[in-house]
Design a binder for this molecule. Structure first.
Ligand SMILES: Cc1cc2nc3c(=O)[nH]c(=O)nc-3n(C[C@H](O)[C@H](O)[C@H](O)COP(=O)(O)OP(=O)(O)OC[C@H]3O[C@@H](n4cnc5c(N)ncnc54)[C@H](O)[C@@H]3O)c2cc1C
Length: 382
C-alpha cells in the first residue's frame, strides 16, 4: 500500500491551496455576508481546470484522477465552502452523468462548456415532497413529436439560479415506479417554459445559490434524453455515490479550516499568563480534531481510489461522507469553543465554518440515509 501522492496529485493540491489562499480566503467572509455568487472566482477555477478535473481533455476537462479531485476540493472548501460546493456539483453531479451516460454529441455540446469552466451545471433531482425518497418525484416528461414536454418543480437546486445546464430527473412512465424515471440534459437558457423560482435564504454556504427550477410545458429536444428511458434512477444512485466523495471533501476542507484556525488562535491567545495552547483542555481538542480529520480524509481518499479504479465504492463513499461531515460539524463547534467569545462573533471565520458544516450532514443524502446505505451494503453480503 502506498500513501504517497504522485507528482500530479501534489501539483494540483499545491496549486489549489495557493489559489484558494490568495484569491478566495480574503473574500470568503464578504461573500458569506452578501450572498453573492462568486462569478469571477469560479471563472478562474475553470481556467485552472478545477471545474472538470476528472473529465478527459478532449471534453474540456483536466484529465486528472479522483484523488486530485478530493485534494483540490479540500483546499477550495477550506477557504470557502460555497466555492467548494459550486465546484463539487459541476464535477460530480453534472459532468459525471453527462460523461458516463451521454452520447458523443451530448458530450461535445453539453459537457465541454461546463468541464472547461465556461458555464455552470446543476443537478435537478429533489422536489418539495420527494427528498430522501427521491423516487417519489412528480416532475414528468412526455414525448410529443421531436420534443419532451416537461412539467414540475425541482427544489433546493445548487447553482440553479446561475447554471446554464442541468441534468434533470423526471418521470417518463408513471406506471413503472422508479423504473419509470429518466434523466435529461437541459439547456436552461434556451428552454421556453423554464424559469428559476424561489432562491433560498439559508443558514450557511451563502454564496452558493440554492434555487427552485420551475418547468411549465417546457420543451426540450428528443435527443436530450441521457442514456435510455427508465435508467434515470440507477444513474442517479451512481451519480450521488460520486457526489458524496465531493461532499466528504468539502466537509474535510471546512474541518481543516476549523483545526488550523484553532491552532493559530490557541498559540496567540493568552489567559492566566500563558497561551491557551498550554492548557491540556485545548490540546485535547486539537489532538482529537486532527485525528478525526485524518481518519475521515483516509476514508475519503479510499473511496476516491475505488472510484478511480472502477471498483465498487457505494458503501465507502457513504462512509466517507458520514464521517467527514460529522467530524466537520463537530470540529467547527469545538473550534468556536477554542476561540471563546470571539468564536461566536463574525470577526473570525469560525462561526461561518460552523454554519457551513451543517449542510454537509444533509445534502446528497442525509447522514441517516448514509447509515441506511452502509447497513444495506453490509447486510446483503452476509
Ligand atoms: C443547500 C442545499 C443544496 C441542495 N442541493 C441540491 C441539488 O443540487 N440537487 C438536488 O437534487 N437536491 C439538492 N438538495 C436537496 C437535498 O439533497 C435534500 O434536502 C436531502 O436529500 C434531504 O431531503 P429533504 O430535505 O426532503 O429531507 P427529508 O427526506 O424530508 O428528511 C427529513 C428527515 O428525515 C430523515 N429520514 C428520511 N427518510 C428516512 C429514512 N428512511 N430513515 C431514517 N431517516 C429518514 C432524514 O434523514 C432527515 O433527518 C439540496 C438541499 C440543500 C438544503
Amino acid at each position: 500500500m502506498n500513501f504517497a501522492l504522485t507528482e500530479e496529485q501534489q501539483m494540483i493540491q499545491d496549486m489549489a491551496r495557493k489559489f484558494a489562499e490568495r484569491e478566495i480566503k480574503p473574500v470568503a467572509a464578504e461573500l458569506d455576508r452578501t450572498h453573492e455568487h462568486p462569478a469571477e472566482i469560479v471563472a478562474k477555477m475553470g481556467e485552472l481546470g478545477l471545474m472538470g478535473i476528472t473529465i478527459p481533455e478532449e471534453y474540456g476537462g483536466a484529465g486528472m484522477d479522483y484523488i486530485c479531485y478530493v485534494l483540490s476540493m479540500i483546499e477550495i472548501s477550506k477557504a470557502c465552502a460555497s466555492c467548494g460546493v459550486i465546484m463539487s456539483v459541476c464535477n460530480s453531479l453534472y459532468n459525471f452523468p453527462v460523461y458516463a451516460y451521454g452520447t458523443e454529441e451530448q458530450k461535445q455540446k453539453y459537457l465541454k462548456p461546463v468541464a472547461s469552466g465556461e458555464a455552470l451545471g446543476c443537478y435537478g433531482l429533489t422536489e418539495s415532497s420527494a427528498g430522501s425518497d427521491a423516487a417519489k418525484m412528480r416532475t414528468t416528461a412526455v414525448l410529443d413529436g421531436n420534443e419532451w414536454v416537461i412539467n414540475g418543480e425541482k427544489k433546493f437546486i445548487t447553482n440553479g439560479n446561475v447554471a446554464r445546464y442541468c441534468v434533470l430527473a423526471a418521470v417518463t412512465d408513471k406506471s413503472a415506479g422508479y423504473k419509470g424515471i429518466s434523466s435529461f440534459v437541459v439547456d436552461l437558457e434556451n428552454t421556453p417554459g423554464f424559469r428559476v423560482g424561489t432562491v433560498e435564504d439559508k443558514m450557511g454556504i451563502n454564496a452558493s445559490g440554492t434555487a427552485e427550477l420551475v418547468f411549465e410545458d417546457a420543451r426540450i429536444p428528443k435527443e436530450n434524453l441521457l442514456g435510455k428511458a427508465g435508467e434515470g434512477f440507477r444513474q442517479m444512485l451512481t451519480t450521488l455515490d460520486g457526489g458524496r466523495i465531493g461532499i466528504a471533501s468539502q466537509a474535510l476542507g471546512i474541518g481543516r479550516a476549523a483545526l488550523e484556525e484553532s491552532i493559530e488562535y490557541s498559540k496567540s491567545r493568552e489567559q492566566f499568563g500563558q497561551p491557551i495552547a498550554n492548557f491540556q483542555a485545548i490540546q485535547w481538542k486539537i489532538a482529537d480534531m486532527a485525528t478525526q480529520l485524518d481518519a475521515a480524509e483516509l476514508l475519503t481518499l479510499r473511496a476516491a481510489w475505488l472510484e478511480e479504479n472502477k471498483l465498487h465504492y457505494e458503501k465507502e463513499a457513504a462512509m466517507a461522507k458520514l464521517l467527514a461531515s460529522d467530524v466537520a460539524m463537530w470540529a467547527a463547534v469545538e473550534g468556536v469553543q477554542v476561540l471563546g467569545g470571539y468564536g461566536f462573533c463574525k470577526e473570525y471565520p469560525m462561526e461561518r465554518h460552523m454554519r457551513d458544516a451543517k449542510i454537509t450532514q444533509i445534502y446528497e443524502g442525509t447522514n441517516e440515509i448514509m447509515r441506511l446505505v452502509i447497513a444495506r451494503s453490509i447486510l446483503k453480503k452476509r
